[in-house]
Design a protein around this ligand. Structure first.
Ligand SMILES: NC(=O)NCCC(=O)O
Ligand SMILES: [Zn+2]
Ligand SMILES: [Zn+2]
Length: 461
């Protein structure tokens, strides 16, 4: 089965160029001068459109147990929503419970996701119990293609790891070539601020942000970087939200340390003002790290331009307003942490192109190419090139759309971007050569997505 995508502008991280793309089966057979190929079973007209490598969202949480409930997208619904938004690979997190083995955890996540995903997927591992067994098991995880381990400096009593535990895990990561991903917030200090706020009767959602000040993200980021320097381990800071944390990452990178960071669309487009919305609506925006005053956004866009922020992932972790976010009425600390977003990452970042914050090629780089390289998927993913998987997005840069819960495909009863008008729209999506979205309809299949056994980070070779 040969598909020809004709007449478009291919956008890779190296820049845009006019080319036709020939797909044969699951892979890209050729990227050639316009008009060179005429023979194919199907032709997709991409005139006036971009042809992009499928997006890679390196940070999602489908059906994740958290805060006494579970995130509302399953692997089936969440990966279908990802496809709608031009994301053809997700990397989700297997979550080690205290006392559980890493390998049993990995098996459990394979059971949850296997046969259900509409697009390709892989896993990182959350290490919440550092002990001799789990440290040894990190080696087996790496051998099984799961070579990135998330740790938490936040959430004491749940996922939190002490500096000593982090040091031990980083040492193992350095030995195995694995990457430590860090949730960098000072959870011990935050818990005190939360207790004080609740004791004072400050219970509204906005206090979630006020009790997690950016200084405590900056401090934890700096500490994580120091631990990584001492152990020689590479470090990837997840969901970076503030200039305080960005300054620490920038200084480390300027000194030559292998420190990388991602931010998320919510930190680029939303702010603490949203958390202060009346009638408990602010609960919709509760995530950690929290939304910041809007002036941090300019620094984050700058970080994306300078490559101090290398990746944009969503941290998609949806909880319905009804019945889930509402668990925290009268006590913001009980609001499940997380926001929906897997469907809108490519479109939201395209607004950065429209506004002149980032270039067209940088858009592709931060949303597909760098995540592929960072997490050992390149050049299978993240580039429009012969031999790569035919994960392709035909993107109309001039169409407009309005985001809304009434029209999105994520399994959650609100949109964090309700009413936001966007320029640009995903038109057609191919996952390994199969059309999964076209003509405003979903043509994908639960179970089409395959598990991706990943190489080590390709920035460290
Ligand atoms: N970010 C968030 O609030 N929820 C998901 C879990 C995490 O990434 O820390
Ligand atoms: Zn986190
Ligand atoms: Zn997360």
């Amino acid at each position: 089965m040969r598909t020809l995508i004709r007449g478009g502008t291919v956008v890779n991280s190296g820049g845009p160029f006019a080319a036709d793309v020939l797909v044969d089966g699951e892979t890209i057979a050729a990227v050639a001068a316009p008009g060179l190929f005429t023979d194919a079973d199907t032709v997709i007209d991409a005139t006036g459109r971009y042809v992009l490598p499928g997006g890679i969202d390196a940070h999602t949480h489908m059906e994740m147990p958290f805060g006494g409930t579970s995130s509302s997208d399953t692997f089936a619904t969440g990966t279908a929503a990802a496809a709608w938004g031009g994301t053809t690979t997700i990397i989700d997190f297997a979550v080690q419970a205290k006392g559980a083995s890493l390998l049993a955890t990995l098996d459990k996540w394979h059971e949850k996701a296997g046969g259900h995903c509409a697009v390709d997927y892989s896993f990182h591992m959350i290490v919440s119990d550092v002990n001799d067994t789990s440290l040894k098991e990190m080696e087996s995880c790496v051998a099984a293609g799961v070579n990135s381990f998330k740790m938490f400096m936040a959430y004491p009593g749940v996922f939190y790891a002490t500096d000593g535990e982090i040091l031990r895990a980083m040492t193992k990561a350095r030995e195995t070539g694995a990457m430590v991903m860090m949730h960098a917030e000072n959870g011990i200090a935050i818990d005190q601020l939360v207790a004080q706020a609740l004791a004072d009767g400050r219970t509204d959602p906005v206090h979630h942000s006020l009790t997690r000040p950016p200084e405590l993200e900056g401090e934890a980021t700096h500490r994580a970087i120091a631990l990584a320097a001492v152990t020689g381990a590479p470090l990837y800071i997840v969901h970076l939200s503030s200039r305080h944390a960005l300054d620490a990452v920038t200084a480390a990178r300027d000194s030559g340390q292998n420190v990388f960071a991602e931010t998320c669309p919510q930190y680029l487009f939303l702010s603490i003002e949203d958390m202060a919305r009346p009638d408990f609506e602010g609960a919709k925006f509760v995530c950690s790290p929290p939304l910041r005053p809007a002036d941090h956004q300019l620094d984050l866009w700058r970080g994306l331009r300078t490559n101090d922020l290398s990746v944009v992932s969503t941290d998609h972790c949806p909880f319905c307003f009804a019945g889930q976010k509402e668990l925290g009425r009268g006590d913001f600390s009980r609001i499940p942490n997380g926001m929906p977003g897997v469907e809108h990452r490519m479109d939201l970042l395209h607004q950065g192109v429209v506004r002149g914050e980032i270039s067209l090629s940088r858009w592709v780089e931060i949303s597909a190419t760098t995540p592929a390289r960072m997490f050992g998927l390149y050049p299978r993913k993240g580039v429009v090139a012969p031999g790569s998987d035919a994960d392709l997005v035909v993107y109309d840069p001039t169409a407009t759309q309005v985001l809304s819960a009434a029209t999105h495909h994520m399994n959650v009863d609100y949109s964090a971007y309700e009413g936001m008008e966007l320029v640009g729209r995903v038109e057609t999506v191919l996952s390994r050569g199969s059309v999964v979205v076209a003509d405003g309809a979903f043509h994908g299949r639960e179970g089409h997505g395959r598990f991706l056994d990943r190489d080590l980070c390709q920035y460290l070779r």
